[in-house]
Design a protein around this ligand. Structure first.
Ligand code: 5GP
Ligand code: MN
Length: 325
C-alpha cells in the first residue's frame, strides 16, 4: 500500500548516506512523536548508524514501556558533530524546543498541514494519520527489518494519533501497516492496555473534576474546559495526566468543538478539538499555534482577560463556516 513518493526516496537516500544521527521531535512528547522516533532510531541502528534520540521533555510515564524509551536523552540544546538531524512530527523546527539541531542538515518528516519546509530535505504528507505511518514506509524503503519492537513503536504512534482509530485520515494504508505490525506478533490489546488502562486514580479524579466544571457556549455546540495548578495539586496529577481529556466532550452528539484552557504557569496552553469539517487549526494558527483540522493547539504567553471570549468567537465562526449555507 505504499505510494510512490519522490520525497520519501530523497529522505531514504539522505539517511543511507549519513553515519551519525540526532533524532528529535516536539516538546511535551506524545505517542506519535515517541513511537516515530524510537522506531526510526532502531531501524537506523540496524543499518549500522550511530543514533541519539533527543527531546526537550521526558516521555510521559504511560510511554515508558516503549522499546528504547529508556535511552531517550532529555536536553534543551545539542552540541554534537552528528552529520544529520532527523526531526519528526514538527511543523516548525522551533516545536522541538531543542536548540542546535540546525548545525547540520535537517531531515524533516511530518504530517501537519502548514509545515514550513525547514529541512534540507522535507517529506510532509498531510494524508498520513500519524507520523508513524510515514516512518513505517521509510523503514521499509531503507530495507531495515520490521522487528516486534519497531512494530510496537509504530503501533503506539498510530493508535494514539488516530484516537484509537476514530480520527480523520485513517485509510487502507493505515490498516495494511497494522496488519503487518500484528504479523510480527505484537499484541494490540496488550499495547492499548499499557497506554490507556494504566493511569493513576488521581488522573481519573482529575478527569471527573474537569468534566464536572465544563461550560457550554454557542448554544451547547462548544464545550470549554479549564484546568489550573490547584486542580492538579488536589488530585496529585501532572500536566501529562490531561492527555485525552480534551476529547471527552466530543462524546456528546451536540458538542461540535472543545476548547481546553490550561493555566499551568508560563502562559496559557490551549488545546482545540472539533468534529468533521470544522477547522480549528485555522483558529490555532491565528493565535500563533498549529496542528490539524480536528486537533490543534496554541500557547498564549500573556493571556489577556478576553482570550477565552476570542477563542469561543473564533471557534463558533469555524463551526458556522463548516455548515453548507
Ligand atoms: P494538543 O492539543 O494535543 O497539545 O495538540 C494537538 C495538535 O496540535 C498536535 O498535532 C500538535 O502537534 C499541535 N499543536 C499543539 N500545540 C501547538 C503549538 O503551540 N504550535 C503548533 N504549531 N502546533 C501545536
Ligand atoms: Mn502526529
Amino acid at each position: 500500500m505504499t505510494r510512490p513518493s519522490a520525497e520519501r526516496t530523497r529522505v531514504r537516500d539522505r539517511l543511507l548516506d549519513g553515519t551519525r544521527f540526532l533524532v528529535a521531535s516536539h516538546a511535551r512528547p506524545d505517542g506519535d512523536s515517541l513511537g516515530s522516533q524510537l522506531a526510526l532510531a532502531e531501524a537506523l541502528t540496524q543499518l549500522g548508524k550511530e543514533v541519539r534520540v533527543v527531546n526537550a521533555d521526558p516521555p510521559p510515564a504511560r510511554y515508558a514501556f516503549l522499546p528504547g524509551a529508556a535511552a531517550i536523552e532529555v536536553a534543551g540544546s545539542v552540541e554534537d558533530d552528528a552529520d544529520t538531524a532527523v526531526v519528526l512530527e514538527c511543523g516548525t523546527l522551533g516545536r522541538t524546543e531543542v536548540s542546535g539541531l540546525a548545525g547540520r542538515p535537517v531531515v524533516n518528516i511530518d504530517h501537519h498541514a502548514g509545515n514550513t519546509g525547514y529541512g534540507a530535505v522535507n517529506w510532509c504528507d498531510e494524508s498520513a494519520c500519524a507520523c508513524g505511518e510515514l516512518v513505517f514506509e521509510l523503514i521499509e524503503a531503507l530495507g531495515a527489518e520490521l522487528t516486534p519492537s519497531i512494530a510496537t513503536n509504530v503501533y503506539v504512534a498510530i493508535l494514539t494519533d488516530t484516537g484509537s482509530f476514530r480520527h480523520a485520515n485513517i485509510t487502507a494504508r493505515t490498516f495494511d501497516i497494522c496488519r503487518r505490525i500484528a504479523g510480527t506478533g505484537v499484541d494490540a490489546a496488550a499495547v492499548a492496555a499499557r497506554v490507556f488502562n494504566n493511569g493513576s486514580l488521581g488522573r481519573l479524579r482529575l478527569t471527573g473534576r474537569v468534566i464536572d466544571r465544563m461550560r457550554l457556549e454557542a448554544d451547547g455546540r462548544i464545550a470549554v474546559l479549564a484546568v489550573d495548578e490547584a486542580m492538579l495539586r488536589e488530585t496529585g496529577c501532572e500536566a501529562d495526566d490531561l492527555e485525552g481529556v480534551v476529547n471527552l466532550p466530543l462524546a456528546a452528539g451536540d458538542v461540535k468543538a472543545v476548547i481546553l484552557l490550561k493555566a499551568l504557569g508560563g502562559g496559557l496552553r490551549v488545546s482545540l478539538r472539533s468534529k468533521d469539517e470544522i477547522d480549528v487549526r485555522r483558529v490555532a494558527v491565528s493565535f500563533g499555534g498549529g496542528g490539524h483540522r480536528n486537533a490543534a493547539g496554541l500557547t498564549v504567553e500573556d493571556p489577556a482577560s478576553d482570550v477565552r471570549a476570542r477563542l469561543v468567537r473564533q471557534v463558533a465562526a469555524a463551526i458556522a463556516e463548516s455548515r453548507p449555507a
